[in-house]
Write a protein that binds this ligand. Structure first.
Ligand SMILES: [Zn+2]
Length: 352
């Protein structure tokens, strides 16, 4: 890369057009058997760093512009839960180093990451200080690693998101701060989503919006209101699940057609969500709808696979490296149309 031409940062890229940030690392590694559902601590960073690097590469191959360091839930509270608090600095530094390495291979942006702490309680100021301290230590490691920007995500309390903005602002780096909105359609304090995003932007977040919890169908109406409420770029990273008006977040999805789910509630979250997974066409439709609203920071959260990211990139008119293998059903021996195909097979099309 020519040193005289500095790489464009996040905000410059957003000023020119959309930016894709692939997420969903926790769910993907849980599926693959490298971390535990429930605790959801990214232990794979310590045990199998090569797999983390590989998944970063797969997401970039599929069209992600950003390599997000896998420090989600690599915070003090979560590491304490699994008895590995002593490895807090190590897991953060290693995750950041891996992300930086992969980003350097491809000229991608590299992002640090902080998230909901689990300690924040609305009317308990000491818990706010605890959250502040947890943010500061992770932000410190991200700065030390030289990230391009920092993501603060999955806040269901507006108050906790505001504290994240306050600490991120001190870093001097660009920030993306997103809320996770559950059943009520408001933050946990009952704050309006658009007004909360406005507060976050006014407090200094560079990009505000939503991630996780809601699927495309139930995130879009909220995004529309957020877009109208703020002037800064808006972020949209839904989970790739078919949420509905009645069950608007993936935590509330029930699967009555399955009789073997544990518990009384038929709750599919988090490890029985498979039948609700959005297909690529649905992710492409969401992407187009978001772009029509001028929502430019895009991604897919928990549950996402590289195929979803590629569908998003292609919906933006891009051809990431993985597009070399995008579907071409004209080459299918029964459903296709290639001149070499046998009439007997093509005639069988209506019967398969
Ligand atoms: Zn998520």
């Amino acid at each position: 890369m020519n040193a005289a031409v500095p790489r464009k940062g996040l905000l410059e890229r957003l000023a020119e057009g959309p930016v894709i940030c692939a997420e969903g690392y926790l769910f993907e590694f849980e599926r693959r058997g490298y971390l535990q559902a429930g605790a959801y601590v990214p232990e794979v960073v310590l045990e199998h760093p090569e797999l983390v690097a590989q998944l970063h590469r797969e997401f970039v191959h599929a069209g992600s512009d950003v390599v997000e360091a896998f420090t989600y839930y690599a915070h003090r509270e979560k590491l304490k839960l699994i008895g590995r608090e002593g490895e807090l600095a190590d897991i953060n530094r290693r995750a950041l180093t891996i992300a930086k390495q992969v980003a350097a291979e491809h000229g991608s942006l590299v992002a640090g990451n902080i998230c909901n702490t689990g300690v924040y309680v609305e009317d308990k100021p000491t818990s706010h200080d605890a959250a502040r301290a947890m943010f500061d230590e992770q932000i410190g490691w991200a700065i030390e690693a030289g990230v391009d920007f920092i993501i603060g995500e999955t806040y269901s309390h507006g108050g906790e998101a505001l504290i994240a903005v306050e600490r991120l602002k001190r870093s001097g780096l660009a920030s993306v701060v997103t809320l996770a909105i559950h059943r009520s359609g408001t933050t946990r304090e009952g704050w309006d989503v658009a007004e909360t995003c406005k507060k976050l932007a006014d407090a200094g977040a560079d990009v505000v919006g939503l991630n996780c919890a809601r699927g495309p169908a139930t995130m879009l109406p909220l995004l529309e209101r957020i877009r109208r409420a703020v002037r800064c770029p808006v972020a949209a990273l839904p989970v790739p699940y078919r949420t509905t008006e009645r069950e608007p977040n993936f935590q509330s999805l029930t699967d009555p057609s399955c009789s073997c789910l544990p518990g009384e509630e038929a709750r599919a979250f988090p490890i029985a969500l498979d039948p609700f997974t959005c297909n690529r066409f649905e992710i492409a439709e969401f992407t187009k709808a978001a772009i029509a609203l001028d929502i430019r920071y895009l991604g897919v959260c928990c549950g996402a696979g590289p195929h979803h990211v590629r569908a998003m990139a292609e919906a933006l008119g891009r051809q990431p490296p993985a597009s070399r293998y995008s579907a071409d059903m004209s080459k299918h021996y029964i459903l296709g149309s290639h001149q070499s195909f046998r009439r007997e097979n093509l005639d069988y099309a209506k019967r398969i």
